[in-house]
Write a protein that binds this ligand. Structure first.
Ligand code: SPQ
Length: 433
């Protein structure tokens, strides 16, 4: 099992690119596969999660060739997928299993979808229930009132529906919209708060008519998608680690180029501004329906202030909460993170794991049922900590190590490959010891 050793840094400087957006890369493979004609993807994230999606679609009869961050897909159209000869394997990827289930539900063949030990703990009732209402035949392993992978899906004729989702989840919304492509009539999803909208944007970019009347999204079934050239921006969830490092490590001045700035993902920028962080967005542009731009970070000379983070902001920064917790350890006052119960069902229980590991480094954090209270500022000290197999926790702890006294060892860091291949090398490039 790999581990990372991190020593405190005296500054971060230079210009960097982070790998492509994970959510957009998954969707490019999926939608490109069921579109007509060729889809070419630039900036594809060749991390383990998205490569699992590529392997699934190869099993479904697609010709996909990936060279580094370039991917080309010969689309088969809505009805061109073939029955896989063995269960589809999604590894660690919640996005793959939930979105692909929506597509598989409307096929004329049966399949099984499985993954690693972590995915087998991720709840699937949230997609199973709405898909059943659309006429799908889908089941998982039943436990404690929920259902877990492996999933068994019998291809069925689907009917459109209006679904009022109890949670703001892009994976739930996307599974239903993708099933909606195979249903007769108009399928609508209404969310309690607006979750990331990459599926809707890419469907529109590929020529489908999608109505987006926040927080309501509708799609008419049977529409043909057209293959396109997709330029994937850098992942703001990966950039977030360098953003926080650039603010916290003294004397830093860092430029992160071509970062995705989709409004449903930029909650962390709002948080940094509200806390008083020196972050500037430059050169914004819109390509393939997805906004992007450069982000300049300058180390703060004045103290950051603690704030309250909750409500509709949560889905717009859900994956950044572990690194926001690191930022909050250095802010003056009590940072309150609430309405974030969803963190308990990610790759790890992120409320429990980030709280317990940062506490080992001297942070003062109190776990709440739906979030955390973080009391700052505290001087962090090097310690031996564990990622719990969660890439976002592993990288957050590495950034905490940059501002801690002494050496920090993060154990169990193979998981970083799921979303950020080359993380440690990039950190070494920008850090001065
Ligand atoms: O794919 P996976 O494992 O679910 O990935 C995570 C992550 O941290 O990388 C969550 F663990 O991101 C999800 C995110 O939390 C990716 C995602 C998407 O691409 O649609 C949506 C969010 O999940 P949800 O459950 O809120 O829809």
């Amino acid at each position: 099992m790999a581990s990372l050793k991190i020593k405190s840094a005296s500054k971060l400087s230079g210009e960097i690119h982070v790998p492509g957006d994970k959510s957009i890369s998954h969707r490019a493979v999926m939608l490109g596969s069921i579109a007509e004609g060729e889809t070419r993807v630039e900036g594809f994230l060749a991390g383990e999660d998205c490569l699992a999606t590529v392997e699934c679609f190869k099993q479904l009869g697609l010709q996909l060739s990936a060279i580094g961050s370039r991917l080309s897909i010969q689309g088969k159209g809505l009805r061109g997928l073939k029955k896989p000869s063995k269960p589809l394997y999604v590894g660690n990827s919640g996005t793959t299993i939930r979105l692909i289930s929506g597509i598989m539900a409307g096929q004329n063949f049966d399949c099984e979808i499985s993954g690693d030990a972590s995915i087998q703990k991720r709840p699937m009732k949230r997609i199973i229930d709405p898909l059943l209402s659309m006429g799908a035949k889908i089941s998982g392993k039943k436990q404690k009132g929920n259902s877990f992978p492996p999933l068994k899906i019998k291809g069925s004729k689907l009917k459109a529906m209006e679904y009022r989702s109890p949670i703001a989840s892009a994976q739930v919304k996307s599974a239903i919209l993708l099933a909606g492509l195979y249903a007769d009539g108009t399928t609508t999803v209404i969310e309690p708060a607006h979750s990331r909208d990459h599926t809707e944007r890419m469907l529109s970019f590929m020529g489908a008519k999608v109505s987006m009347l926040k927080p309501e999204v509708s799609i008419i079934g049977g529409q043909t998608l057209q293959g396109r050239e997709i330029h994937v921006p850098g992942d703001i969830s990966s950039a977030a680690f360098f953003m926080v490092a650039g603010l916290l490590v003294p004397n830093s001045n860092l430029l992160i180029r071509n970062v995705g700035l989709n409004p449903t993902r930029i909650g962390i920028i709002e948080v940094i501004h509200r806390m008083g962080g020196n972050l500037e967005v430059q050169d914004e542009q819109l390509i393939a329906y997805e906004p992007r731009g450069n982000i300049r970070l300058t180390a703060n000379s004045s103290r950051l202030s603690a704030i309250e983070i909750g409500g509709e902001l949560i889905p717009r920064l859900i994956d950044e909460i572990p690194i926001i917790a690191v930022l909050a350890t250095q802010a003056e006052g009590t940072t309150v993170i609430k309405d974030a119960k969803e963190l308990r069902v990610k790759e790890s229980d992120r409320i429990a794991t980030i709280s317990s590991e940062l506490r080992k480094m001297g942070a003062k954090i109190e776990e709440q049922e739906d979030g955390m209270l973080i009391f700052g500022p505290t001087k962090l000290k090097g310690a031996i900590v564990d990622s719990h197999g969660d890439h976002r926790v592993a990288m957050s702890l590495a950034i905490a190590g940059l501002i801690a006294e002494g050496e920090t060892t993060i154990e169990n860091t193979d998981c970083i490959e799921t979303s950020f291949p080359g993380f440690k090398s990039l950190l070494d490039v920008v850090c001065t010891k």
